[in-house]
Ligand binder design. Sequence first.
Ligand SMILES: Nc1ncnc2c1ncn2[C@@H]1O[C@H](COP(=O)(O)OP(=O)(O)OP(=O)(O)O)[C@@H](O)[C@H]1O
Ligand SMILES: [Mg+2]
Length: 376
Amino acid sequence: MLEKLELVNFRNLKNNTLTLKSGLNVFYGNNAQGKTNLLEAVYLLSSGKSFRAETDKELISWGHQEAKIAGTAPPLQIELEIKEGGKKLRVNRQAKRLIELIGEFLVVLFAPEDLLIVTGPPNLRRGWLNSFISKIDKNYLFNLAKFTKLLKIRNSLLAQKALGRGLELGVWNKQLVELGILLWFSRRDYLGKINEQLKTLSPKLGAELIYLDSITQIKLTDQREAREDFEKKLAALEREEIRRAQSLIGPHRDDFKIIFEQKLDGKIVSKDVGIYGSRGEQRAAVLSLKLAETEIIEDSKGKKPTLLLDDVLSEFDREHREMIQKLLYRQQSLVTTTSLGFLEKKLLAKANIFYVERGACKAVVTAQGGGKGLSV
Ligand SMILES: Nc1ncnc2c1ncn2[C@@H]1O[C@H](COP(=O)(O)OP(=O)(O)OP(=O)(O)O)[C@@H](O)[C@H]1O
Ligand SMILES: [Mg+2]
């Protein structure tokens, strides 16, 4: 859990020190005041990366040379210094590489753009799954990094072969198969876990049963059979791969569908939410994925991640909002909104509330005594 957050010259948040609680922390304020910037800073403490900036420079307040984010998430004290030339990380006062941050202080983010996980192209679904598994499983993270490097080399070899040059592919194919099988089977296992979670979460979110249906190019029941199948398909595809200078089979070509199962005239019908879902159904599906992720992280790591919800509540109807809010207390949640009216009074009374205005976050005192400092 994140107990304390300090920001210096991070985007429009010039100088903020916040004390956060377990359960619900709400950040409310008008447009363009700094709410998403705040969640972005917390996300950076978790992954070393921004979920929206292209360059480090964007993160530094205009007219300044350096931004600082510091967070206390016991037993970790994480400090990130951001300069145009790059970031410097220190954990408990020791210099670390950014990749070492992954899996330490854990967050799950749901921003409006995440709707694309359901409606967008397959690489966004793979991206979500990869980042989720990497938070829990360091082997997966390293295998994925190796696989990505391997693909680059293999594709450039394919391009050379297309010109009649280049080495044999044998040794590269062997590595592709080995790493591919490892990634595929991890994904299969995690999709299974997600589906288990979705079964319990769907009714709580007032959704029909949601599940994920994996689409891979080979059958993933037995490792040995899968390996043989992969090798066979690779051999059959060689000429086409050389012609197109692309690796045409592997986990980088996976996808999964998000299915809603509902009763219609007494019959169970399945629909692909990405294609047939309403906007509300698509949002509920993404939220379900994020909550499932939260539960699975807790099961594997023994602690719940911090949930970051950026401006998500306003987009649901009242009934859904109420159901979602109840789930927000099960872990530390940082929620942004343009109006407190989107939150239930009963739940707000227990929340830690901040008012965000022109880059300053001020704790608000509620009638029940939640929050400290300034009353708004
Ligand atoms: N590097 C930067 N330096 C200073 N200000 C910045 C920087 N980058 C972005 N901003 C500004 O910070 C302000 C707040 O942005 P933010 O995205 O946090 O708004 P928000 O409160 O989430 O608003 P909304 O409700 O519209 O989503 C914006 O006006 C934005 O232009
Ligand atoms: Mg915002």
